[in-house]
Write a protein that binds this ligand. Structure first.
Ligand SMILES: Nc1ncnc2c1ncn2[C@@H]1O[C@H](COP(=O)(O)OP(=O)(O)OP(=O)(O)O)[C@@H](O)[C@H]1O
Ligand code: SF4
Ligand SMILES: [Mg+2]
Length: 347
């Protein structure tokens, strides 16, 4: 389903953002600058470069407030960036998305109930979309709706049901079917399992893996913690206070993290064997306010490796190995500190 596009000089991508920033607040016009007091603005995204390869599952992980949903909203066109560029299938995405560019990138939300219209049946929800986007002729709408339901593990008999008649996991399946109805290239899933029971979470994660392999779908999967994506994602991007601080293939990220924040997130994953994971990389306290981002490396107030150089220099995200980037001035020093109880690599 994904459209592989070769950007000149760049890796093929279905979705790419460059130097993306998003500010909230502050003065919006010269008049408000003149008539109001000092401007206070929050930088939710502060220079994001990221791309999604065709057919991959890329996880985006970070604590609450790091900017994950803001990035997701910009990618689907429901928020506009303050600066920077977004391209979909190699083409610059219009500031106001047209029908075709919004069709290509679909979103699945954390709360499946509030994302579904409670007043229409499943059949009506799907048929409206299929007809609006001219996906199939009217005579084939029912068959296509059943195909979509089967794809997400539901049966034909739910066509006449309303969202309130489903469990949380089933509602998330419906939300995924709705997103797939318009045959997108990319699915953005913003914490799609966080609101579900643990037992149901695994079945929905399996569904995402199946959709990727059966449809070749590219998926940006957003999560709070690394444990959720360890066995699902091909690559992981770690976000901290509006920046990507590390990107790597999943196995490399878990076995040899090259940013202390990633290392702390890995150490916080509960293990079956509880032998000393307390190696000084635990995360203390909350992240600093995005209204007042620390000077130098923004992670320095919480970093066990921080020194003077970190308080004075703001490290960019640099390539440090094959498909591995880190925004840490001491990425090499960290590499020499082995990860205790490194989670097992994927088979
Ligand atoms: N519409 C808005 N107006 C002002 N500030 C906002 C708005 N939306 C988000 N923010 C702020 O931007 C920052 C990033 O928020 P965002 O929702 O993107 O984070 P997140 O990583 O998705 O968090 P969570 O894990 O809690 O969903 C936060 O400080 C948040 O308070
Ligand atoms: S640059 Fe310094 S403070 Fe920032 S993550 Fe690396 S070691 Fe820690
Ligand atoms: Mg969010």
């Amino acid at each position: 389903m994904s459209t592989a596009v070769q950007d000149p000089g760049l890796e093929p991508s279905v979705l790419r953002v460059s130097a993306l920033t998003k500010r909230y607040g502050g003065h919006s016009s010269w008049l408000s600058r003149l008539t109001s007091g000092p401007s206070v603005s929050l930088k939710a995204l502060d220079g994001i470069d990221l791309h999604l390869r065709p057919g991959e599952i890329l996880a985006l992980v970070g604590e609450s407030g790091s900017g994950k949903s803001t990035l997701a909203k910009i990618l689907v066109g429901s928020a506009t960036p303050t600066s920077g560029a977004v391209s979909v299938a190699g083409q610059p995405a219009p500031a106001r998305r047209d029908k075709e560019s919004s069709r290509r990138v679909q979103m699945v939300f954390q709360d499946p109930y509030s994302s579904l219209n409670p007043r229409i049946t499943v059949g009506k929800m799907l048929s409206e979309l299929l007809l609006l986007h001219r996906i199939v002729p009217r005579s084939e709408v029912r068959a296509e709706s059943v195909r979509l339901l089967n794809l997400v593990g539901l049966e034909e008999d739910v066509l006449g049901a309303y969202p309130s008649q489903f469990s949380g996991g089933q509602r998330q399946r419906l939300a995924i079917a709705r997103a797939l109805a318009v045959r997108p290239d990319v699915l953005i899933a913003d914490e799609p399992v966080s609101a579900l029971d643990v037992s149901v979470q695994a079945t929905i994660l399996e569904l995402f893996a199946t959709l990727r392999s059966e449809l070749g779908l590219s998926i940006l999967f957003i999560a709070h913690n690394l444990a959720v994506v360890q066995h699902l994602a091909d690559r992981v991007a770690v976000m901290y206070l509006g920046r990507i601080v590390e990107v790597a293939e999943t196995s490399a990220l878990f076995s040899a993290p090259r940013h202390p924040y990633t290392r702390a997130l890995i150490d916080s994953i509960p293990r079956m064997t509880e032998t000393s994971v307390n190696d000084g990389f635990e995360l203390d306290g909350e992240p600093p306010s995005p209204y007042d981002v620390p000077a130098g490396c923004r992670f320095h107030p919480r970093c066990p490796l921080a020194s003077e150089i970190c308080r004075e220099n703001d490290p960019p995200l640099l390539t440090i190995g094959p498909a591995h980037s880190s925004a840490c001035l001491k990425a090499d020093e960290l590499a020499a500190i082995p990860v205790p109880n490194a989670p097992q690599e994927r088979a």
